[in-house]
Design a protein around this ligand. Structure first.
Ligand SMILES: [Zn+2]
Length: 285
């Protein structure tokens, strides 16, 4: 299989109120696109992540906080299911069952630190996936966070980890490359348009491709679109180009796209099938 798409309808019903309205329209658009008619792209259903993985990443106090008010149980359950989606996607790529994967989510993860969270994030899904992949014997990872908000939770977890290269696009105006810890903050400003974003992406991927990683996570927030709520001023044509640039640099090491910020159903309905089409090697003819 070229692309495993991990999807659960609860993401669209029980997901965070800001994030959930894009889920069903974008999935319906994917199903109508022709991409999933053959064997190359297949849709699979996730299960909630194992609690042991949550406890490997987060403090007991944090887990208890998410289980109860003020966050309430409904986000606890969908956050576990979202992390289960990302872990399943990562396992499938690591085991060679899929070349690449796209994990739908109902809550996001990159603002979740071991003991705190904010911004529609509860548990750090990518961190749990990396714990799981390390149990399977993989060691080194590239994380490309193209969501326009700074992924502070992911940085708090992996900032000192020499075996994780963390590229973190954000809407600050300055970039910073910490070579000791393989952390690259790419600040391109609130109003960054396609060319600036894509040119910066080419540069950082050129640098990152020589880091000896085994699997790449892309934290994909389409809140970077000019009609969505986050920073950046991108248009729809940026997303397939972005995916191509990342795919070229990663080669056959495997990519797991993780759905992050974004609420606009019209944007998601074009952007998500476009990303999956590039991962699959093109639209069916
Ligand atoms: Zn965001």
């Amino acid at each position: 299989m070229k692309v495993a798409v991990i999807y659960h309808e609860d993401f669209g019903t029980d997901g965070h109120s800001v994030l959930k309205l894009r889920i069903k329209p974008s999935f319906d658009a994917l199903m109508k696109s022709g991409l999933v008619d053959g064997k190359d792209v297949q849709v699979l259903r996730p299960k909630p992540v194992l609690l042991g993985l949550v406890e490997d990443v987060h403090t007991k106090e944090h887990i208890e906080n998410i289980r109860h008010e003020p966050y309430n149980m409904i986000y606890y359950n969908v956050a576990l299911l979202s992390a289960g989606s990302v872990v399943m996607a990562a396992e499938m790529v690591a085991e060679g069952e899929a070349d690449n994967a796209f994990a739908y989510t109902g809550t996001a993860g990159h603002h979740a630190s071991p003991g705190s969270c904010w911004g529609f994030c509860y548990f750090n899904d990518v961190a749990m996936a990396i714990v799981r992949l390390r149990e399977m014997g993989l060691e080194r990872f590239l994380i490309v966070d193209v969501d326009p908000h700074f992924g502070d939770g992911t940085r708090n977890i992996f900032g000192d980890d020499p075996d994780v290269f963390h590229i973190n696009f954000n809407h600050q105006s300055r970039s910073n490359y910490d070579t000791t810890n393989n952390n690259y903050d790419v600040g391109i400003g609130f109003n960054a348009e396609n060319d600036q974003f894509l040119n910066e992406l080419v540069s950082v991927m050129e640098l990152a491709k020589d880091f000896d990683f085994q699997l790449c996570f892309v934290i994909f927030g389409h809140d970077s679109h000019r009609d969505d709520y986050g920073g950046f001023d991108l248009t729809l044509s940026a997303y397939p180009k972005m995916t191509n640039i990342i795919k070229d640099a990663v080669g056959d090491r495997g990519i797991v796209f993780v759905l992050s910020g974004g609420s606009n159903g019209k944007v998601a309905s074009v952007a998500i099938p476009g990303v999956i089409a590039v991962l699959a090697g093109g639209w069916p003819v």
